[in-house]
Design a protein around this ligand. Structure first.
Ligand code: 1CP
Length: 356
């Protein structure tokens, strides 16, 4: 075990060690539920400026780590910065979510340029370096990207929702969908490698919409590109672990875990972590999966769920997290309670409780 891994609990778990109590970070731990975030967000004016101004993005990344002492920071950015960096127009409409100029034809795709990616994401890499330099030594820095399929959904439909254009394109113009996904796959390899070279300790691939596809398309558009990213990135950076999050993929999470080469599987709210652990072909770290709406509600029910999830995974490599991102209405004190209740489990180690 190298020195870095000995200090950073999230990296120890990603390497297969069971740590008690499990280390914790939360998806969307930086964001609108925090007053200090809302203040900087207002100063930045628009969301893209917040992501691409290193002074602001560094501060926003560090805010939740300072407030709660999380075991990991996640780079503050967005999965849609990647298509934006290749030249696709993007804006975040107030209260409506992202809007992109949709890719409808081969010509729309040809207008994007992979060469723009590295210069356009320089401020993001500067943020990664600054965050790593300012984080406590024991805190893991997680870099990330969207998975090609999920990013393609926004690129083709131009907005969130249930992505009718992308799903139709899979049947009506598969060569264009494949070309979009190929461009995003190679750009993602470059983008993640750069984050690692600037100081990210591990990376996560967010496939929020993976669960919409039937199995054959899931293999082609989710598993295949993910496997290519994992193989290429880990060839260049063999020490780096990759967390995959095929949200709502159900039973398809099993072949995804077995065949893509990822080191850890992030679970959505619907999965039973201990059951997934039993079903996995080869043991691997699991991350998740408290319901973000229970975090919003708080109280005793939250405390019980935190303990149930942690104890259900006791003795196995587990990173505590949510099953999806924090919702903006979450009271910040509930997050403090979650961390406090989880860390209090140190007093009742897994060998003193009945085996899961
Ligand atoms: O107004 C604001 O302040 C913007 C809200 C916001 C934030 C805080 C957006 C717009 N993105 C982010 C940050 C973000 N997005 C992070 C930062 C790190 C952290 O977790 O703290 C990350 C990892 C993401 C990833 C992301 N963006 C995903 C994948 C995870 C998920 O939530 O499913 C997706 C799908 C997006 C797209 C996106 N960006 C923003 C919004 C509101 C959305 C969802 C749009 C939709 O489908 O309706």
């Amino acid at each position: 075990m190298n020195g870095k891994m000995a200090d950073r609990k999230v990296l120890r778990v990603l390497a297969g060690e069971a740590v008690w109590p499990p280390p914790v970070w939360l998806m969307r731990q930086a964001g609108r539920y925090l007053p200090e975030y809302r203040k900087l967000r207002a100063e930045a004016g628009n969301f893209i400026s917040l992501c691409t101004t290193p002074g602001l993005a560094t501060e926003v990344t560090l805010q939740p780590v300072r407030r709660y002492g999380f075991d990991a920071a996640i780079l503050f950015s967005d999965i849609l910065i990647l298509p934006w960096a290749m030249g696709q127009s993007l804006r975040f409409a107030e209260g409506e979510g992202p809007r992109l100029s949709p890719i409808e034809t081969e010509a729309d795709l040809a207008a994007l340029s992979a060469e723009r990616l590295v210069p356009a994401t320089e401020p993001v890499m500067e943020t990664v370096s600054r965050v790593r330099a300012q984080l406590p030594d024991e805190t893991t820095l997680i870099g990330f990207a969207g998975s090609p399929f999920t990013v393609a959904c926004y690129m083709i439909d131009g907005r969130g929702g249930d992505f009718p254009r992308t799903r139709a394109m899979a049947y009506e113009n598969p060569s264009l969908l494949t070309a979009v996904i190929e461009l995003v796959t190679s750009a993602t390899i470059t983008y993640l490698s750069q984050q690692i070279e600037h100081g990210a300790d591990c990376v996560m691939l967010f496939d929020s919409w993976a669960g919409m596809l039937p199995p054959d398309l899931f293999r082609a558009y989710v598993m295949h590109p993910t496997a290519r990213i994992v193989e290429t990135v880990t060839n260049a950076h063999p020490e780096v672990r990759i967390i995959g999050f095929p949200r709502l993929a159900g039973v398809m999470a099993l072949p995804y875990a077995a065949e893509t080469g990822i080191s850890a599987l992030a679970l959505d709210t619907a999965a039973d972590p201990a059951l997934v652990a039993q079903l996995l072909e080869k043991p691997m770290a699991l991350q998740g999966n408290l319901d973000p709406l229970l975090l919003r509600s708080g109280g005793e029910a939250l405390r019980h769920a935190v303990e149930r999830i942690a104890r259900g995974m006791a003795g196995r490599p587990h990173i505590f997290n949510l099953g999806h991102g924090i919702v903006p209405e979450t009271p910040p004190e509930h997050v403090a309670d979650l961390v406090k209740w989880l860390r209090a489990l140190e007093e009742s180690p897994p060998d003193l409780i009945s085996a899961p």
